[in-house]
Write a protein that binds this ligand. Structure first.
Ligand SMILES: Cc1cc2nc3c(=O)[nH]c(=O)nc-3n(C[C@H](O)[C@H](O)[C@H](O)COP(=O)(O)OP(=O)(O)OC[C@H]3O[C@@H](n4cnc5c(N)ncnc54)[C@H](O)[C@@H]3O)c2cc1C
Length: 438
């Protein structure tokens, strides 16, 4: 199944697409060009790498199958949060405490990268400080508090603890018991950010092509990247195509699983109402395995995400079931109109740690040398993609130390092969959902 074509319907009714005008279109590739690095994918990972590489003097060509920001990068919840999708303990278990601390520090650098890029390239994407991680009951609150204590003592990252009495100053919802607040994380309009990065990359001299799906990569002394109507000769190639790459790099596809996640967005709320829901205006996530995530938009809508699908089929009655979820958090919104609903795929890995590396190490084929990849953000890529782009640029420029910290992480393939891995994953996730409910 080609997700590049089946995924189209999911983008149709997006608040982001409706609230942004694409002022800059890039032409399709029509002939042959050459460069140092060809990047496949115009999402945040590819765009970030393009900026970092061209800042280091490389000649870069970026090829995007649809439009820049068309994938997860232009449709996500907009939450830029510290850390990775997995716990730091997963990293500690594999790399030890010192390297895990270095990784944590890099995830904070990822937040700084967003702010620096917005300033440097004058990207107005509605940045708002603040993130709330919330527990829905006392048992989960204890686990969250333990985690926060670990983060303070082992990672020197104290988070503000909010007990039941503190919570209403940040969020007024009957669903939540207590939580943590992080002023350094925050949220933004991800499509505005993606388009701002595309403008910055083009301004730095990156040759950008849209409607230019890469169909194959011919290996040799240099690589030739083919699209339907053109080709790029490149010394090195970066694959940043998320779940859509599939047959282009089967050795990578089996390390990630496309999981659908969905978002609805209300009409603008009446003046003063948002202050009664989320006075802190923070991005919010609960701590469930299949989590709800939501935030105010700059024009006072509530953007509410949650629900997952493991089959790549959009769940039936999506808007209604999302409304039910939203109502549990905010019964005050009983009658509000949902103006938009959309979704997209996240690239989850088995252990939810990101998966960066070199293709030859995964495929075992020496002819894949010189091909790098970034994937496996596992639903936590808004900030991390910025860092990933920086690390791969460092590696291509000859300093692979930080990139290799991530490349050393071991990942397992999803069990069940191409056809049976979905049922296997559904079973696995059912277990975690049950754990959330209990
Ligand atoms: C609904 C949703 C909500 C999310 N919410 C959050 C959130 O709140 N916070 C957070 O941190 N993360 C969130 N994420 C995850 C985050 O959006 C992603 O981790 C991140 O955007 C991944 O960026 P990317 O560049 O790797 O992939 P993408 O943005 O998907 O970009 C990949 C691009 O590659 C192109 N491509 C693929 N194959 C080819 C090819 N053969 N030739 C040319 N181009 C190709 C695609 O068209 C696509 O544009 C969410 C994701 C979704 C879907």
């Amino acid at each position: 199944m080609n997700l590049l074509s089946t995924d189209r319907e999911l983008t149709r009714n997006s608040f982001y697409a409706a609230s942004v005008r694409r002022e800059q279109a890039f032409p399709p590739l029509r002939d042959e060009v050459s460069c140092d690095v060809a990047i496949v994918g115009g999402g945040l990972a590819g765009l970030s790498a393009a900026i970092e590489l061209s800042e280091r003097g490389f000649k870069v060509v970026l090829l995007e199958a649809r439009e820049v920001g068309w994938g997860a990068s232009g449709r996500n919840g907009g939450q830029a949060i510290h850390g990775l999708a997995c716990e730091q303990s997963t990293i500690e278990a594999q790399l030890g405490l010192e390297a895990s601390r270095a990784v944590w520090g890099m995830t904070l650098e990822a937040l700084d990268i967003i702010k620096q890029r917005c300033q440097q390239h004058q990207i107005d994407c509605d940045w708002q400080d603040g993130y709330l991680g919330l527990a829905i009951n006392a048992r989960k609150a204890t686990a969250l508090q333990d985690w926060a204590e670990q983060m303070a003592s082992r990672y020197d990252y104290p988070l503000r603890w909010l007990g039941p009495a503190d919570l209403p100053a940040y969020i007024k919802s009957p669903r939540f018991h207590s939580g943590v607040y992080d002023p350094r994380s925050g949220h933004l309009h991800p499509l505005k950010y993606s388009l701002g990065l595309a403008r910055a990359a083009a301004g730095l001299g990156v040759q950008m092509f849209e409607q230019s799906a890469v169909t194959r990569i011919e290996r040799g002394a240099s690589n030739t990247v083919h699209t339907d109507h053109g080709r790029v000769k490149a010394r090195q190639v970066l694959l940043a195509g998320n779940v859509y790459l599939q047959d282009l790099a089967p050795a990578l596809a089996e390390r990630i699983m496309p999981v659908g996640t969905y978002i609805v967005c209300t009409e603008p709320l009446a003046p003063g109402v948002m202050q009664q829901l989320i006075p802190s205006r923070a991005a919010v996530c609960d701590t469930n395995f299949v989590l709800d995530y939501f935030r105010p938009t700059a024009d006072d809508r509530l953007l509410y995400g949650g629900r997952v699908s493991y089959s790549t089929v959009t769940p039936p009655n999506l808007a209604q079931s999302m409304r039910d979820r939203m109502r549990k958090s905010f019964p005050q919104l009983e009658d509000v109109t949902l103006e938009y609903s959309w979704g997209g795929f996240v690239d989850i890995t088995m252990n939810r740690a990101p998966d960066f590396g070199r293709l030859d190490q995964r495929s075992g084929r020496s002819e894949d040398a010189g091909i790098y990849y970034l994937q496996g953000f596992s639903g936590h890529g808004l900030a991390l993609t910025g860092l990933a782009g920086r690390l791969v640029a460092e590696a291509i420029a000859g300093d692979a130390g930080r990139f290799d910290t991530f490349a050393r992480l071991a990942h397992h393939r999803f069990p069940g092969g191409r056809w049976l891995r979905t049922p296997a994953l559904v079973l696995g996730m059912a277990y975690y959902r049950l754990r959330d409910m209990l």
